[in-house]
Design a protein around this ligand. Structure first.
Ligand code: PLP
Length: 463
């Protein structure tokens, strides 16, 4: 075994006793090892999936998505009822959106948050009731806003002064009545284990707290716009309730001030609940988070002598992240000698085109052999893709059995959120299919791209 002292492994990554184990918080609850050590998810073995659909392959466990969606809804319902209010959960479609997912989350009683005209059309194509949609975005076009108003989107979250005037013109022209919220920037920005609180946040979303009263007054003047409340989203992959508490306190001060101008029935505190990507990530159970956040709002309202509004939340990653895995075939392997040890580079047949998160954010993931158990001590590996970028990393730091070899099947966990939506055709690599598994069955929910798809937009080809 490698000694931790001479290893280039980061401090948080210990040599595992078993480099084939499936850490429960990271993998879907259905993940298990079959009789020959093969990984099984949703009752279907990884090697059977790959025989049918090839690699790379994005697999999504329907049962896990539904369990998490209904669990989050129940947790917020319970917390809200205990604190004298109601809660609505919007699934943040940006995490992973296709018509099948739309149906799953709608059937589990969730609402849906979309942030572009494209996401809106996917939601509608999936049969979403427009009244259960929220529409976000810092640069919604006039055409997108017109379409949202026309189809009857439940709530449009206004992000800027310009958008107020765009909507004012649309409702004046069409005579429609539209529920709107205003997105504010609480100055609290949460990043995993820590949060920052500043007077003004230097980012593009929302409006500053001190400019909100003027904007809300303008919205309230417009016949056809129904101001229902404030919206605030403080970041993503957040652990703990401290950032939410601080942000809610700041937004409640504004909410209280705005009550002087009329009733405000709702408050949306966004999403961002963190998940486990590696064995050292220990997210709070959703029941604790829900109770912690909702009770903070209830206490804040009681302290200000105001009634608690109906609450909404917008989790994306916490619903689909751990429900997805990606299967790759190992291609080449090389050992690179370093001053403090060595690192084994394991190349797979996908990479930053199907998972841009390590390159974009330095995100960490976990990987396991998927068709067999290992037969050698763990070695430190870096799983890399097939693209012409040295930053094309799939799993930056992991221990795999030392006999990992070309032709092995590798599963990367927790790729259900922000992987397919951020995928590209970099280096003209086709995007993989998305296959849903459940109860021993599998089916394609998004087909993979073919080489002819890749050539289809090239206007220089004579047809
Ligand atoms: N709501 C808004 C406004 C967002 O911008 C995001 C993510 O960027 C989300 C919800 C979902 O965040 P998460 O997937 O971390 O829960």
């Amino acid at each position: 075994m490698q000694s931790a002292v001479s290893s280039p492994a980061p401090g948080w990554l210990a040599v595992p006793d078993d480099a084939d184990d499936l850490v429960p918080a990271v993998w879907p609850a259905s993940a298990e090892r079959g009789p020959d050590g093969e990984l099984i998810i949703g009752g279907v073995s990884a090697d059977a999936l790959v025989r049918t659909y090839g690699t790379p392959l994005q697999v999504i466990d329907e049962g896990e998505v539904r369990r998490r969606a209904s669990g989050i809804r129940a947790a917020f319902d319970t917390a809200a009822a205990a604190n004298g209010t109601t809660a609505r959960v919007y699934y943040a479609g940006k995490a992973l959106l296709n018509t099948t997912i739309v149906r799953w989350v709608m059937e589990e009683g969730l609402n849906l948050d979309v942030c572009t005209g494209g996401e809106l059309e996917v939601a509608l194509a999936g049969g979403a009731d427009a009244a259960r949609l929220g529409f976000h975005g810092n640069n919604k076009s006039v055409a997108e806003l017109e379409r949202a108003v026309e189809v009857g989107v439940g709530t449009i979250v206004i992000d800027s002064e310009i958008e107020i005037e765009r909507l004012a013109a649309i409702v004046a022209r069409t005579g429609a009545s539209q529920r709107v919220m205003l997105r504010v920037n609480s100055g609290v920005h949460a990043e995993t284990h820590d949060f920052l609180a500043t007077a003004h946040e230097d980012q593009k979303f929302g409006t500053a707290l001190d400019s909100a009263p003027g904007l809300v007054a303008r919205i309230r003047e417009i016949e056809g716009l129904d101001f229902v409340g404030l919206h605030c989203h403080i970041g993503s992959q957040i652990f703990g309730v401290a950032g939410f508490r601080e942000s809610a306190a700041r937004v409640l001060d504004l909410h209280q001030e705005l009550l002087a101008g009329g009733d405000i029935p709702e408050l949306n505190l966004g999403g961002g609940f963190g998940i486990a990507y590696t064995r050292v990530d220990t997210p709070e159970p959703i029941e604790n988070l829900a109770e912690g956040i909702v009770s903070a709002v209830a206490e804040g309202c009681a302290a200000r002598g105001i009634s608690i509004p109906a609450l909404s939340f917008e989790p994306g990653r916490a619903i689909v992240g751990n429900a997805g895995i990606t299967l790759y075939e190992v291609g080449t392997i090389k050992d690179v000698a370093l001053e403090n040890g060595s690192r084994r580079y394991v190349s797979v047949d996908g990479g930053m085109s199907d998972n841009a998160r390590p390159a974009l954010y330095g995100a960490e993931f976990s990987a396991r052999l998927a068709a067999r158990l290992g037969d050698a001590d763990p070695v430190l590996v870096r799983v890399v893709g097939r693209h012409c970028e040295s930053g094309d990393i799939v799993v930056d730091h992991e221990y795999l059995p030392g006999d990992v070899a070309p032709g092995d099947l590798l599963a990367v966990a927790a790729t259900g959120a922000y992987c397919a939506p951020l995928s590209s055709n970099y280096n003209h690599v086709p995007r993989p299919p998305i296959v849903a598994v459940n109860g021993g069955e599998s089916r394609v929910i998004v087909r993979g791209e073919s080489l002819s798809d890749l050539l289809a937009r090239d206007a220089g080809i004579e047809r």
